[in-house]
Write a protein that binds this ligand. Sequence first.
Ligand code: CO8
Length: 365
Amino acid sequence: MHPVVISGVGLWHPEDVITNEELVTAYNVYVERYNETHDDELPASSAEFIEKASGIRQRYTYRKAGVLDPERMRPQLEVRGDDELSHQAEFALNAARPALAAAGKTAEDIDMVIVSCAYTQRSYPAIAIEVQAALGIEGSAFDMLVACSAATFALQRAHDAIAAGSARAVLVINPELTSPQVNYCDRDGHFIFGDVATAMVLERGQDAGADHVYDVLGLRAKTVYSNNIRSNFGYLSYADDSDPYAADKLFHQNGRKVFKEVCPMAADHLQQQVGELGLSTEDIRRWWLHQANINMNQLIIRRLLGSEPGQDIAPIVLDEFANTASAGSIIAFARHHEDLEAGDHGVICSFGAGYSIGSLVLRKR
Ligand code: CO8
């Protein structure tokens, strides 16, 4: 078994920003118009509620204009031909290139590409293979879907491939183009998601020469079936005559239940994992947690440490990025890892749809 390290991280986000105020203004105009012409009444949204309930202040969105048009209420993406770079591959490349640069690696060093995220824009050919070709990487590539835990579960696949000797280095990319799956007409969910791409390079410990290298000490994955976060979007709509654009085909959730059920699961999971490695939760210098809701992260850290988390212990990035499905914990890592000292421990952890929880315990070299 080869020791495995994380040696590079990349982060990219679209230029367009939507603030809570902009989002709510567009939504409320939509609601006003809807209520004038329908018997049932839609409720208005408020920027104050959004920030208080979630901690989100803004989100990056790939194509802002359509989302803020009360006549459209969804992004408007241009159709790209089969011979053009796809939207999601472009996202992926924008994060992959800085990750490779940070690790000091080129295409020749990479044996495997995993694109792992909440949705891929098509089933085949895999987005990962398109990215592999664009970067000129030999070896193999595949897509993986595990909703919020797509990044952490893919890091585990990469780790196992390197440890077992089937790849020298693996590029894991999370092109989270979430906005086309958001129901911007739904007050409970219209504010939750943002678009972003993250990437990481994992390699054999003996090959790493980057400035910031992290030994992977432990990995853990857990899933428990739940319908509380769901999207019925899928290829069967063509055959079962259901409306492919109906509300149930978009992201929907019972947010309160998710909150109540997932927080204790995640805290117990992390407590056990850290303990199994002979560490206590106080030994963890930084927690790069999933970024769905600031109150969730604060509750989990309070359960783990018995104290209020600060930005230094458990950094929050969702105020700027919103929930970016699987990329949230990787953004937190990308923005907040360089100040760690040799020997410091950190934990990357995702939790969400499935339910799924994925975590890695790291130690800085
Ligand atoms: N503006 C004003 N008022 C509102 C709004 C709004 N926008 N929304 C709800 N309210 C009202 C409600 O109607 C309710 O009113 P009342 O008390 O009169 O009934 C009141 O505010 C409280 O509503 P909630 O109970 O719903 O509010 P919460 O305090 O629970 O906050 C949250 C709602 C923010 C959704 C919160 O429950 C939460 O964050 N839960 C955790 C959710 C979570 O982590 N989900 C994970 C989803 S992500 C994931 O797993 C990945 C999926 C794949 C990616 C998908 C990409 C698109």
